[in-house]
Design a protein. Structure first.
Length: 286
């Protein structure tokens, strides 16, 4: 199997882009086809063999990733953001073995470790309700989006990243659709990507997109009783993170737009998928 690698950037992190791209080009034992997607930025000065795709308008993160897919060849797609990098030169070879050994595996998220020695971890890096040991592999029902591998055929069957999400929760939407297509979503605790430690609190747009996209997830995929509990649960868990009236206003605006806006095509998850999610430790109410 070969990899089509999509590296997304806005050109604002030149050192991060250098590290991310260097880690992809350093991979051993696999064939890689690499494209750098410049979201509002035209990539220049790229190494030989690396192509560029440029969008003059800001497409948002998931739609930016989608833009790079037709530009690469490979049975497996690997998505990397410009603030992440692969820790070892055999990372993709190990990813390839995971997919080769398990035909039911559809999507695989790498373990994320702080780039700085002794740095703090983000809770979002391990998509389990009980994080436990980050080095433990497991089935999951969501994914941190910055270092993800997926079969191209599964990606196409699932419809790609949800472009209208713009930012936040796109990894949940894609993982749910991969599971509904009959495939497994897994977390690879033994294969490491590096990322800077999180700092500070999220900006207001995070609260807006987080609230709106949670409502969209519920509207698109869940039966009404589960949808109500899912959104209510998220709203309650978000309250401790809001440290100003501005944060609350942004979240309320997100819930409003999530309910009033078009919300995207409704594709309810099959009952079997809901059961699989529950067995994997994350029923679709949280």
């Amino acid at each position: 199997m070969s990899f089509g690698c999509v590296l997304l950037t806005m050109g604002r992190r030149p050192e991060g882009l250098r590290l991310a791209l260097g880690s992809l080009l350093a991979q051993e034992g696999v064939d890689t086809d690499v494209v750098v997607v410049g979201n509002t930025w035209e990539p220049t000065g790229l190494p030989g063999g690396v192509r560029a795709v440029h969008s003059p308008e800001n497409l948002g993160i998931p739609a930016g990733r989608n833009l790079g897919v037709p530009a690469v060849e490979g049975d497996l797609l690997f998505f990397l953001d410009d603030d992440a990098s692969l820790a070892e030169p055999d990372a993709l070879a190990r990813v390839e073995r995971r997919f080769a050994d398990d035909p039911a595996l559809g999507l695989l998220q790498l373990r994320v470790e702080p780039q700085e020695p002794g740095g703090a971890r983000s809770r979002d890096w391990v998509p389990r309700l009980r994080v436990g040991d980050p080095a433990r592999s497991s089935d999951v029902t969501a994914g941190w989006e910055g270092a993800v591998a997926i079969r191209r055929a599964v990606f196409e069957a699932a419809g790609g990243w949800p472009g209208d999400f713009e930012f936040v929760h796109e990894g949940i939407d894609l993982a749910w659709r991969v599971m509904d297509a009959g495939y497994r979503v897994a977390y690879a605790g033994e294969i490491v990507a590096l990322h800077p430690s999180p700092t500070g609190f999220p900006h207001g747009y995070t609260f807006y997109n987080g609230a709106r996209n949670r409502v969209w997830l519920a509207r698109r995929h869940l039966p009404l009783p589960l949808a109500v509990v899912y959104v209510a649960n998220f709203a309650l868990r978000s309250l401790p993170r809001m440290h100003s009236a501005a944060h609350a206003r942004e979240a309320l605006r997100g819930y409003r737009d999530g309910l009033r806006g078009p919300g995207g095509e409704r594709k309810p998850l099959r009952a079997h998928t809901l059961v699989r999610m529950t067995r994997a430790g994350r029923p679709p109410i949280m």
